[in-house]
Design a protein around this ligand. Structure first.
Ligand code: AGP
Length: 609
């Protein structure tokens, strides 16, 4: 998704803008640009390609004088119009220069209206139409022009806007797309996410939707549509700037894979009381919400949805109430059957995924209780849910989600056992036992990370293949789904996850000599069946990589490679299996020379439909 940074204050703005865009690169983008006031004139430099390219252009065009103290910067993830210099942001039309994250759904209709006036955009973007509209409505009062313009706009937006006759002032407004801001002695800062503000402040606020922020060197004034000045709720983040940097790792993804013992510790341990029982007091989740719940719907996208697949199995096994897992992009248009006895759990690392946010809003319209599992404090999904169970994974920069996924699993385990204990589906003793087992997952993950070289070797066996299959049963099928996505999104190798029992109903026809099959066999209750399925694919020539829970004897004729994970309770095998699959995908991508932190076409947070 697009990245936004804005600054006005006492410091030199161009460096701040470029550093901010570098911090936002992880969001995924195809072009970048900045606009800044220089001698009361707005200068713009923008280009397709990386921020480093933009930096070179800035130095070339403004070598002699980079003295500017106010500007805006943007990294573009193309939604309307190709990847070209002219389509890059910022866009200037008349008196207005703006950057935009989101989609203006009725831009074409507005464009046609301007055509009748003989006004035409230079680019093929929806964002430039917004600049045209604001300019058209501007008669000297920026706030009024912005308010009139957004009344015409349909869709989502986060704007930072410069008016050519308002030097050193930035105006912002948002709907759907995120914007966070802060002010300190250095000036006023605004960005699409916290990572860009970290070097300047850990105290920030989220710009409320439909509110206009006026950033000046001395303050940020936020007003609602009636012009009433409001004081947005201040938030504090414990992340430090180092946690948003590689700290010696070659890639953010590897760093975040290795951070999992720490991120799981931060997510789990503070929520275990001295009796080793789950304690969600810090999360302000009252037990009474569980009294009337007779159905749970988990709604998410991508990896977060795969965490939900694990959650479903845990919850149904312990709570004995129906749990369904829904893709948010489908759920939001299904007119789902919900009621006030439904608990809708939304899972999202960023807390800004448009489909998941829309699903949450739909659940609230249907008077369901909503609880979100989110990593970014104060994000839209967190703010709009009735209850929030934060993962404390720290900033996750790599597009491929790793530590956030296992932290989501941890939250689902905690919530399930907490709920089960309250409903007396487990005894105190059983719960204590489970939580002791659970806290033992931290050293087990550390031991799994020590298998890195073995996993790295094995990944060399899949780099040259066109198709890879992941198979498993129960929790192993849920993990197969996640393993397949990890591999696809960062190695560009096609792969599929299949319920092992389903192979014979079609997919087996694709298994021929040498096709790699990654078989997860960690669940003892279905282990014999899993071995039968492995034999099925073996008989057709598949190259088998088995991932097992523990190092128990297994006839070695049925596999080519085996990764024996540190033995843990079957229920907890998803954690060690996930780390293995993450490393397998990482090293496959590394061998293929792919930038796995920013894979092609993908964004870290999909804030548009
Ligand atoms: C996971 O590796 C992908 N980056 C993607 O599937 C991601 O999980 C999905 O877009 C959901 O994002 P969220 O957790 O921020 O809502």
């Amino acid at each position: 998704m697009c990245g936004i940074i804005g600054y006005t204050g006492q410091l030199e703005s161009i460096t701040i803008l470029l550093e901010g865009l570098k911090a936002l690169e992880y969001r995924g983008y195809d072009s970048a640009g900045i606009s800044f006031f220089h001698n009361n004139q707005i200068q713009t430099v923008k280009t397709t390609g990386k921020v480093s390219e933009l930096e070179r252009n800035v130095i070339e065009t403004h070598r002699q004088d980079l003295s500017s103290t106010c500007g805006i910067g943007h990294t573009r993830w193309a939604t309307h119009g190709g990847v070209t210099d002219i389509n890059s942001h910022p866009h200037t039309f008349g008196n207005v220069t703006l950057i935009h994250n989101g989609i203006i759904e009725n831009y074409h209709q507005i464009e046609l209206e301007f055509a009748t006036m003989g006004k035409y955009p230079r680019s093929q973007t929806d964002s430039e139409i917004a600049a045209m509209l604001i300019d058209h409505l501007y008669q000297g009062n920026p706030t009024e022009a912005i308010k009139k313009a957004v009344k015409r706009l349909e869709g989502s937006y986060a704007f930072c806007i410069l008016f050519h006759d308002q030097p050193d002032v930035i105006y912002s407004i948002r709907l759907g797309s995120p914007l966070v801001a802060c002010h300190n002695s250095q000036g006023s800062f605004i960005a699409s996410d916290l990572v860009a503000l970290l070097p300047y402040s850990k105290d920030y606020f989220v710009l409320p939707e439909y509110h206009i922020a006026k950033l000046t060197k001395s303050e940020i004034i936020v007003t609602d549509f009636d012009g009433t000045i409001i004081s947005p709720k201040m938030l504090h983040v414990n992340w430090d700037i180092r946690s948003a940097q590689k700290n010696g790792y070659p890639h953010f993804m590897l760093k975040e894979i290795y951070e999992q013992p720490t991120s799981l510790h931060s997510t789990l341990i503070p929520r275990l009381n001295q009796d080793f029982l789950p304690d969600l007091t810090m999360d302000h989740i009252p037990n009474r919400i569980f009294d009337s719940i007779n159905r749970i719907i988990i709604v998410a996208c991508g990896t977060a949805m795969h965490a939900g697949l694990v959650g479903k199995i845990l919850m149904e096994r312990l709570l004995r109430i129906p749990v369904t897992v829904e893709l948010a992009s489908e759920f939001r248009y299904q007119d789902p059957i919900l009621c006030d006895n439904s608990l809708v759990i939304t899972i999202s690392q960023s807390g800004e995924t448009a489909d998941t946010l829309a699903a949450l809003r739909l659940a609230k319209e249907k008077s369901s209780t909503t609880l979100s599992i989110v990593n970014v404090k104060g994000s839209s999904i967190a703010r709009e849910s009735d209850y929030v169970l934060y993962t404390h994974a720290g900033p996750e920069i790599a597009v491929a989600s790793t530590k956030a996924y296992t932290a989501q699993l941890a939250c689902l385990y905690l919530l399930t056992y907490h709920f089960a204990l309250y409903k007396e589906r487990v005894t105190i003793k059983e719960c204590q036992e489970a939580m002791k087992n659970f806290s033992a997952i931290l050293p087990a993950i550390q031991k799994t990370l020590e298998l890195e070289n073995e996993i790295k070797e094995i990944s060399q066996n899949i780099i040259k293949t066109k198709d890879v299959f992941f198979i498993g049963r129960g929790l192993d099928y849920a993990l197969s789904c996640e393993g397949s996505l990890k591999l696809k999104e960062i190695s560009y190798i096609h792969s599929e996850a299949y319920a092992a029992g389903e192979l014979k109903h079609g997919t087996l026809s694709l298994i021929t000599d040498g096709v790699p099959v990654i078989a997860l066999a960690t669940q003892s209750h279905v282990y014999p069946k899993m071995i039968s399925n492995i034999r099925e694919v073996r008989a057709r020539g598949a190259r088998i990589i088995i991932i097992s829970n523990g190092d128990f004897p297994m006839e070695n004729s049925i596999y080519d490679y085996r990764i024996s994970l540190p033995m843990v309770d079957d229920f907890l095998a998803p954690f060690t299996a996930a780390v293995t699959l993450q490393l397998l995908a990482y090293y496959t991508s590394l061998y293929l020379g792919i930038d796995m932190d920013q894979p092609r076409n993908l964004a870290k947070s999909v804030t548009v439909e």
